[in-house]
Design a protein around this ligand. Structure first.
Ligand SMILES: Cc1cc2nc3c(=O)[nH]c(=O)nc-3n(C[C@H](O)[C@H](O)[C@H](O)COP(=O)(O)OP(=O)(O)OC[C@H]3O[C@@H](n4cnc5c(N)ncnc54)[C@H](O)[C@@H]3O)c2cc1C
Ligand code: SF4
Length: 526
């Protein structure tokens, strides 16, 4: 069967022959070691070792290297270059995604959580949305969480502004808004609810609708093409395909990082000694396990994990929507954020994922899939109150997490409003994709069925992409893992910079706040 939209989908976003910032030729000689090629153990010494090259790690490495410090980044994943990014989703999953996106949080239900595992971390596969943390959240951290002026809107302001300038934060251009986001915008406008165009790290997005595969034209300003190369140009070096196993301590001080490289005849040891400090930025899921393996025993390590679980709704329209063109995400609504902690947004999915959101089997499913050009998808993102636990089991990461009743009630409210948005925009069918709901809704009146919709998370296909809190910040060791200087309460010279330090989740996309926090922390070390 030939799917009518398939040709245009495969044509978009091809690489062009320009020099990209991550091309080897654009980088200083000798600045990188690929652990897959290492043939012997390596011993190195620098001022600061940064573990992880994602939003937090790259920002810190860049800040410290530009301030003149000797910096080494140690990254578990490979450096996949812009020229190697793939149009199809399956190879991208293999290249860039941790465990090909198969990690799941277990609890009342199984919820996949998604992360990047490559130089640039999750910023390589994300949608590049840039949101400052809401004032209400930062005020809560300052007051209820007693972080005071050290971690406040005022303290973060200059860092947000710097990032917005340097990473070209801008609204999605009308030219590449695309049918999916325009559909969301139309429905929200007709309903008269708050909605607006999204801001992203973007230098001229071509609208290839495939941010999850890595940006093949280097328009998305991920860490792989921005702060990592800039740190290297400022004198840093990077060891990639090198998995950090533990931090070495002497007395109460961090002195080195120990990693493994799987080169020929390996694994080979990589030891990087740190004269001034070790900065942990391996994400809120991986950092707690490294800390535990390094002998830290603070009982809060791994606890208080939070997330923004998301669930999406697909709809079929009479007209073409064309999810194959546009910035991956372009429009959102905060109508329910304050009251219920819900954010609604347009979301383009590649066909390989979108098919999972369509109902039916066999010919019925294929008929709907053949109409892919008329399908739109929107997502409901939940600022959940649930807390989970990160640990290791038989050497593998293990995440326990279950949504609360209130989280589910909020999710249902979001699903009802999203259904209304899609019908207002002209949908002929909306597909709830939840066990206990009809397979197909055919009118806006049916949106109210969500009020009696399933409250059991097992009825839904949720995913989590925004993860927080498992090494949270608190002034005292009895309440958290790091102090307001981002240093662990237990070990001097050992800092945690990723979103694990956030005392709460945000309700909006976290990359911008993660980077601002990492820049605040590393600037204070300069
Ligand atoms: C599909 C998707 C879309 C998203 N879209 C957005 C968006 O549009 N806007 C937004 O704000 N947020 C978005 N996010 C979330 C955002 O990308 C992350 O919150 C953010 O990148 C996390 O930053 P981090 O530095 O904590 O971790 P990461 O960026 O994940 O970086 C951690 C790095 O550490 C490395 N690492 C882990 N363990 C080790 C180890 N043992 N040794 C060495 N290295 C290690 C990892 O390989 C990784 O490269 C999205 C996430 C996903 C999955
Ligand atoms: S949608 Fe835009 S930013 Fe995302 S991969 Fe395509 S061109 Fe790059």
């Amino acid at each position: 069967m030939t799917l009518p939209w398939a040709e245009s989908w495969s044509d978009r976003g091809k690489s062009d022959p320009a020099v990209y910032p991550d091309d080897v030729a654009a980088l200083p000689a000798g600045c990188e070691v690929d652990g897959r090629r290492a043939r012997r153990p390596i011993d190195d010494e620098v001022d600061f070792v940064v573990v992880g090259s994602g939003a937090a790690g790259a920002t810190a490495a860049h800040t410290l290297a530009e301030a003149g410090y000797e910096v080494a980044i140690v990254e578990e994943g490979p450096w996949v270059r812009t020229r190697e990014f793939q149009r199809d989703f399956y190879p991208a999953l293999k290249q860039l995604w941790r465990a090909m996106g198969t990690h799941v949080a277990s609890g009342r239900s199984l919820i996949p959580y998604m992360q990047g595992r490559c130089v640039g971390g999750t910023t390589v596969i994300n949608s590049a949305i840039a949101w400052r943390a809401p004032s209400s959240v930062l005020d809560d951290w300052s007051t209820r969480w007693e972080l005071g002026p050290d971690i406040s809107e005022r303290a973060l302001d200059e860092h947000f502004a710097y990032l917005e300038r340097e990473l070209s934060v801008r609204e999605v251009d009308d030219r590449v808004l695309g049918g999916n986001s325009s559909t969301f915008a139309l429905g929200a406008a007709r309903l008269g609810i708050e909605s607006h165009v999204i801001q992203r790290y973007d230098r001229g997005c071509d609208g290839s609708a495939s941010c999850s595969n890595g940006c093949r034209t280097a328009k998305k300003q991920g860490m792989n093409i921005t702060f990592v190369p800039r740190a290297l140009k400022a004198g840093a070096r990077i060891y990639h395909s090198a998995e950090v196993r533990r931090v070495e301590t002497r007395g109460d001080r961090a002195v080195a990082v120990f990693a493994e490289m799987n080169g020929p005849g390996g694994p080979h040891a990589l030891r990087v000694r740190a004269r001034k400090g070790v900065l942990m930025a391996a994400s809120t899921v991986q950092s707690p396990n490294i800390l535990r393996r390094s002998g830290l025993r603070n009982p809060h390590i791994g606890r208080h994990f939070q997330a923004h679980p998301g669930v999406s709704l697909a709809a079929r329209f009479k007209r073409d929507v064309r999810m194959d063109f546009g910035a991956t995400q372009g429009f959102n609504s905060l109508e329910l954020l304050k009251k219920s902690g819900i954010k609604l947004e347009s979301l383009m999915l590649p066909p390989e994922l979108a098919i999972a959101r369509l109902p039916g089997l066999g010919p019925e499913l294929m008929d709907r899939f053949a109409d892919f050009s008329r399908i739109a998808i929107s997502a409901v993102v939940i600022k959940s109150e649930a807390e989970g636990v990160v640990s290791e089991r038989f050497g593998a990461e293990n995440l326990k997490f279950s949504l609360t009743e209130r989280d589910m009630a909020n999710a249902l409210e979001g699903l009802e409003l999203t259904t209304k948005i899609l019908f207002e925009a002209g949908a002929e069918e909306v597909y709830p994709g939840a066990h206990g709901m009809p397979m197909v809704l055919r009118s806006a009146d049916e949106a109210k069925l969500w009020r009696e919709g399933p409250k059991d998370t097992r009825a839904y296909n949720m995913v989590m992409t925004h993860l927080f809190g498992a090494t949270r910040m608190a002034r005292e060791a009895r309440a958290g893992v790091v102090g307001t200087d981002f240093q662990t309460h237990e070990i001097k010279g050992l800092y945690v910079l990723d979103s694990g330090v956030f005392p709460t989740n945000l309700g909006v996309n976290p990359q911008h706040t993660i980077m601002a926090m990492a820049r605040l922390a590393s600037s204070r070390l300069c």
